[in-house]
Design a protein around this ligand. Structure first.
Ligand SMILES: [Zn+2]
Length: 100
């Protein structure tokens, strides 16, 4: 049995913030666990972010889409249940920020 979930292994392997390359990183969930992402251990739904960028992403003030792989984008669409909700989560738009 593998005791290190694949998501944790991905974060450790990347070892730096996806946006700014800082080394002090956290696991950021592209779709919030509190919104019912049952597969939060899925590596495609997690990326490494520093505390600064994690905060601003969760505050819906960070354009994260350019930093994601296609697999990560698709996982977010799947977890969100549609492309509109996923797009709103991963992009910053002053008119729609915070609307999921
Ligand atoms: Zn950062």
């Amino acid at each position: 049995m593998n005791l290190v979930p694949a998501a944790v292994e991905k974060i450790i392997t990347e070892g730096q913030c996806r946006v700014c390359t800082r080394k002090d990183i956290q696991t950021s969930h592209l779709w919030p666990r509190g919104r019912g992402a049952p597969k939060y251990e899925d590596p495609d739904i997690c990326i490494p972010l520093c505390a600064y960028h994690h905060f601003w992403f969760d505050a819906h003030q960070l354009e994260l889409l350019p930093y994601l792989s296609l697999e990560e984008q698709l996982a977010t669409v799947r977890e969100a249940g549609g492309i509109v909700k996923a797009y709103r989560r991963l992009t910053y738009d002053a008119d729609t920020s915070g609307i999921l």
